[in-house]
Ligand binder design. Structure first.
Ligand code: ADP
Ligand code: MG
Length: 399
């Protein structure tokens, strides 16, 4: 990676402002999936061991620039204390005298957690006044929030204008794994794309089409491709305004000689519900009016499995069906299991896909499960992530 990381700079005794991504699901005051907190532990523990004073900052949810009791970080602080096995001082302010006082009282290895940065209107506006106020608290800025790196906010990008800025270890790993897969993939290279909509992912489809040998499309986005091929899709979600885009993609794949696989059969339901009536249909038969495709069918699963079995690099983004409902989770589960068996690099990007793999207990069997949904998508599209662009180049840092 060409960006400087915490390993390239001196941290001993330094006050370090660390932007983490602790945007985790919370129910009844408890963190129900601590994956993102765990993912930040290597950076936090590295800095503690190195004798830094840590000022941790994160957003949670979308409080829209004002205090919202539902989005306080206290449950996160509790979980972080348990995981670190050491005290974490949580303050109820994001910036200002209470925070300054807390920082002044810190010793080497101490950990402070600020309140939800999105309680401040300046955060999402990337207000330099807010960034400057935070910069006044610290000597070094570390961005470990890959999941927020596609946002140019005060805590994800703005701060880098006022402090030396380096990547944390999670940020480094995310960027390295994704970049290597795109620039030096081992072939056969396959991508599995699914999820709700074509419009969310058309940039990724286009870019991956230039790189992969096999492109497998399932989930809701396959509906639009199937409709573009002329199949009847009944009441399935089809984006009519993307039919031409889908046709262009199909032509492009043909032109390049890329194997582009669409579902050959579908699990359909008579309504969007776990207890709907269910059937499997072949795509040529079409989806009857009033019915909708909610998962890929068993024959499609077999074809996808065969395309993944001998792949050496697989990137997966987007579930194959409405996996949140058990009757429509089989396609997603099968892809996750097929990936778990791949001998090579397997990368899962996308918030819902990562949640699916975690829920299925297969996260450990992947090379990498990205903590960044939107950020991993934008990275795969080839876009510059503002939170990464703001960091110092490695060459610029002399130890
Ligand atoms: P990710 O977060 O992994 O990028 P998306 O957000 O694009 O994935 O899509 C995830 C959502 O797509 C899930 O909530 C899932 O229920 C939905 N989905 C998948 N297949 C279908 C389908 N055939 N019809 C409707 N929704 C679908
Ligand atoms: Mg999603």
């Amino acid at each position: 990676m060409d960006k400087a990381t915490i390993r390239d700079v001196e941290v001993q005794g330094k006050r370090v402002f660390v932007r983490v991504d602790f945007n985790v699901p919370i129910e009844d005051g408890r963190v129900v999936d601590d994956g993102r907190i765990r993912a930040a532990l290597p950076t936090i523990e590295y800095l503690i061991r190195g004798g830094a004073r840590l000022i941790l900052a994160s957003h949670l949810g979308r409080p829209k620039g004002r205090v919202d009791e539902r989005y306080r970080l206290d449950p996160v602080a509790r979980r972080l204390r348990e995981l670190l096995g050491r005290p974490v001082h949580k303050v109820d302010a994001v910036v200002g005298p209470e925070v300054e006082q807390a920082v002044a009282g810190m010793g080497p290895g101490d950990v402070l957690l600020l309140e939800n940065v999105r309680f401040e209107p300046g955060e999402e506006k990337n207000d330099p006044a807010l960034a400057r106020a935070w910069a006044g608290l610290a000597d070094l800025y570390v961005n470990d929030a890959f999941g927020a790196a596609h946002r140019a906010h005060a805590s994800t990008a703005g701060l880098a204008q006022f402090l030396p800025a380096v990547a944390g270890l999670l940020m480094e790993r995310e960027l390295t794994v994704l970049a290597r897969a795109l620039s030096h993939p081992e072939h056969p290279f396959a991508a599995v794309l699914g999820g709700a909509k074509v419009s969310d992912k058309i940039g990724v489809v286009a870019r991956l089409l230039e790189k992969v040998d096999r492109l497998l499309i399932g989930g809701g986005m396959a509906n639009t491709f199937l409709a573009a091929r002329g199949y009847r899709m009944g009441s399935s979600s089809v984006e009519e305004d993307r039919l031409e885009t889908a046709r262009e993609t199909l032509r492009a794949a043909e032109g390049r000689g890329t194997a582009l696989l669409l579902p050959v059969d579908l699990v359909i339901a008579d309504r969007f519900s776990a207890d709907a009536q269910r059937r499997t249909v072949r795509v040529e038969a079409g989806v009857p009016e009033g019915w909708m495709a909610l998962d890929i069918g068993p024959e499609t699963v077999e074809r996808f499995r065969a395309m993944l079995a001998d792949a050496h690099t697989v990137i997966w983004n987007g579930p194959m069906g409405v996996f949140e409902m058990e009757p429509f989770a089989a396609g997603t589960l099968a892809v996750a299991q097929a990936m778990a068996g791949v001998k090579g690099t397997t990368i899962v990007g996308g918030g819902d896909s990562a949640a699916a793999v975690t829920k299925m207990g297969l996260a450990e069997r992947m090379t990498h499960v990205s903590t960044g949904g939107g950020a991993s998508l934008e990275f795969l599209e080839g876009r510059v992530l503002p939170g990464v662009a703001a960091l110092l180049d490695r060459e610029a840092v002399q130890r």
